[in-house]
Structure formats: C-alpha cells, structure tokens
Design a protein around this ligand. Structure first.
Ligand SMILES: NC(=O)C1=CN([C@@H]2O[C@H](COP(=O)(O)OP(=O)(O)OC[C@H]3O[C@@H](n4cnc5c(N)ncnc54)[C@H](O)[C@@H]3O)[C@@H](O)[C@H]2O)C=CC1
Ligand SMILES: NCC(=O)COP(=O)(O)O
Length: 335
C-alpha cells in the first residue's frame, strides 16, 4: 500500500509530537509520510527527508517530505506566519492521494483562527476545505470510536444558524452519504441509523419547536419509503446510553456539539474523525491542537494512531473493493 500522507497541522500544537509517536507505534504496520517543516519536530526526533512518498517505505527514521515554513515552532503559541504552510500541506496531501502516490490523507489538527489571520483561509475546517478541493458539494463529518459513530448534519456554524441551515435536501444528503459509507467503508450491509431531533424532547409534539414536525420527520419518512432503516426524530438526551446505542450503527445529529459531546465524553482518547463522501480517504484524530500541553511530551497519540489505522483499513478496502478487510472490524460496536 502507498503511504498515508500526514499533513502537519498547526505547528504550535501537538501535531508534530503525535505524528512522530504514531510513526514509532505503527512502524512496519502502517506506511506514512509527513508533510511539514522538519525544524518543527520535537527536539531529538530522528527524521529522514524523502523526495517522494514511495521512498517512505524504506525509511529508517521518521519520513518527511520537507518544506520550509520560514518561522520556528513555539509550542503553545501559534503564529500567522505558518498559516500558508499549514494550508499548503493539506492541499499537497490531497494532490498526493489524488495522483495515487499516497493511499489516504490523515490530517493533524489545525487552529482555524491562525489560518484566517495569516492567510485569509476561507474555510471553517478541514472538512469544508477538502470538499472544495475535491469539488464535492456535500460531504459528511463522522466521528467514530468503538462504542459510537456520530454525524453532525450541520458542522462549523454558529448555533443561531442551525435551524435555517437545516433543510430536507441537506439532511437527505447527509443521511444517504452516511448510509453509503457504512456499507462501503465499515462493512455494514444494512445500516441502522438513528436521527436526533433539534429541540428538547424532539420538540414535544410541537410544543418545544416545530423542526421535527415540519422538516425532520417528513425527511425520514421519505427515506424510509426508499428502504432505509431509520429511527427518529429521537430526543437527543436519551439516545446515547448503552441500550440505545445498541440499536443503531450511526447517530445523525443536528449540530456539532449534539454529536461531538457524547462521543468525546465516551472515548476522548481514541475517537477518529473521518470525512465521508470524498473521492479519497481522509481521517484525523478527534481532538484539537492542545496548546496547553504542546511541547511538554505528554500528548497522547492514541487517537492519531487510530486515525492512521482506520485510514489504512479503508484505503486498503477501497483498493480491492472485494469486501473491506477492515470493514467487519470497523463495523463491530461495543456498548
Ligand atoms: N481536526 C482539527 O483540525 C481540529 C482542530 N481543533 C482546533 O484545536 C484548537 C483547540 O481546541 P480545544 O477545544 O481546546 O480542544 P483540544 O482537543 O485541542 O483540547 C481540549 C483539552 O484536551 C486535551 N487534549 C487534547 N488532545 C490531547 C491529546 N492527544 N493528549 C492529551 N491531551 C489532549 C488538551 O490538552 C486540552 O486540555 C481550536 O483551534 C480548534 O479549532 C479542534 C478539533 C479538531
Ligand atoms: N470538532 C471537530 C473539528 O473541528 C474538526 O473539523 P475538521 O477540521 O476535521 O473539519
């Protein structure tokens, strides 16, 4: 398999540290190559410049496709001077995957504010940027761990904009993309989806909001008529306990925190962020830049390692398309 391209993410965060730790942990198991400024690697890191991703396969130290960001790394203190380099590393990683030189993209966390300040970055996150690079109107953010998969139907927008951004078309797209990915990438032949309401108690019959009656329920009815196995709209506060989780393969939520709070509470250390609906595989750790601990050597690389392993399994499955070797494994959930 071609190596997985790892974009460096925000240099002042824990990205460089968890990438090196993941390489040490996955050496010989998951091939990878890092796109970043080698001067940003933790002191003492043994790294090796490679001219092409293919050279990473025989690297005897952390393989780097080196670039010069023009400013040093100060852990915990992001600088706008790094912004363009961070953005370019993501875009170049996509190019390497699209040209077949890398098998998947795994992104280290970015600090959106620094990218906007330093390079007028026009996207609120990787998910939206990758959709634009791939020319896709609709992509889906999923966070997955052994106990739960969640999908926010709206992503990086203010809470006040959620009701107006939700539509039958966008919700239908989100559900269909998730359904297809559960089959293709997670090896679940008949996915069971649970869909949250937007309002407390899923609107309490219209007494606490009308989105469930006006929008969500009719959209789910139409998809059920097409044969999808969907429950909802459900009260979001009671759909994440163990017995409830056992009834579905993924939970579709109406906004970012409705989806991410349960999964990060259940399993902060090994959740994976995966973008569905792209023409290539992209994963990421579920956490952010962790400025408060950057440079201390205490960052936990478990989520980065899980993201690399998931990317490798998905890429490998897609290359054969003869049934995902990792699909059954990825499809199994623990309650
Ligand atoms: N995929 C991405 O690019 C993501 C980027 N972010 C960005 O990260 C920045 C910081 O976000 P926060 O909300 O503070 O979340 P965060 O995940 O960076 O940190 C929250 C807390 O968890 C700890 N933590 C996070 N990852 C850890 C790890 N691997 N090992 C040990 N402790 C860890 C941190 O030290 C901190 O106390 C923001 O700019 C946000 O936009 C956040 C999530 C994902
Ligand atoms: N909270 C998840 C997050 O912000 C990650 O977003 P993205 O950068 O993967 O789009």
């Amino acid at each position: 398999m071609q190596p997985i391209a790892i974009s460096c993410g925000e240099p002042a965060g824990i990205g460089p540290e968890i990438a090196v730790a993941a390489w040490t942990a996955c050496r010989g198991e998951v091939p990878m190559v890092w796109l970043g400024d080698p001067s940003h690697l933790p002191a003492g890191t043994e790294w090796q410049a490679v001219a092409t991703p293919a050279e990473a396969a025989t690297a005897t130290a952390f393989p780097v496709l080196p670039r010069d960001f023009g400013a040093p790394r100060v852990p915990g203190h992001p600088t706008p001077a790094h912004a363009q380099g961070v953005i370019d590393a993501i875009a170049d990683g996509v190019s390497l995957v699209q040209t077949g030189q890398c098998s998947a993209l795994c992104t280290a966390p970015i600090h959106k504010e620094a990218l906007i300040d330093g390079a007028d970055f026009a996207y609120p996150g990787h998910t939206e940027f990758l959709a634009a690079l791939a020319g896709r109107d609709s992509v889906v953010m999923m966070l997955a761990c052994d106990m739960l998969r969640v999908v926010p139907a709206t992503i990086h927008i203010p809470l006040t904009e959620v009701p107006s951004q939700l539509s039958a078309a966008s919700l239908t797209d989100t559900i269909l993309i998730t359904h297809a990915a559960l089959i293709r990438d997670f090896g679940i032949p008949k996915p069971r989806l649970a869909v949250a309401g937007l309002n407390p108690h899923a609107g309490e019959g219209g007494k606490m909001g009308m989105e469930e009656i006006d929008l969500i329920a009719p959209t789910l009815d139409a998809l059920r008529a097409e044969g999808l196995d969907i429950t909802g709209p459900l009260s979001a506060d009671t759909m994440f306990h163990p017995a409830a989780r056992a009834t579905y393969d993924a939970a579709i939520c109406m906004y970012h925190d409705q989806a991410l709070i349960p999964i990060k509470t259940l399993d902060f250390s090994s959740g994976v962020n995966v973008t569905l609906g792209l023409p290539f595989v992209r994963t990421s750790p579920d956490h952010g830049t962790a400025f408060d601990i950057a440079g201390t050597g205490t960052a936990d690389a478990t989520s980065m390692i899980a993201a690399l392993r998931m990317a490798a399994q998905m890429a490998s499955a897609r290359q054969t398309e003869s049934g995902p070797p990792g699909g059954v494994l990825l499809g199994q959930m623990k309650t």
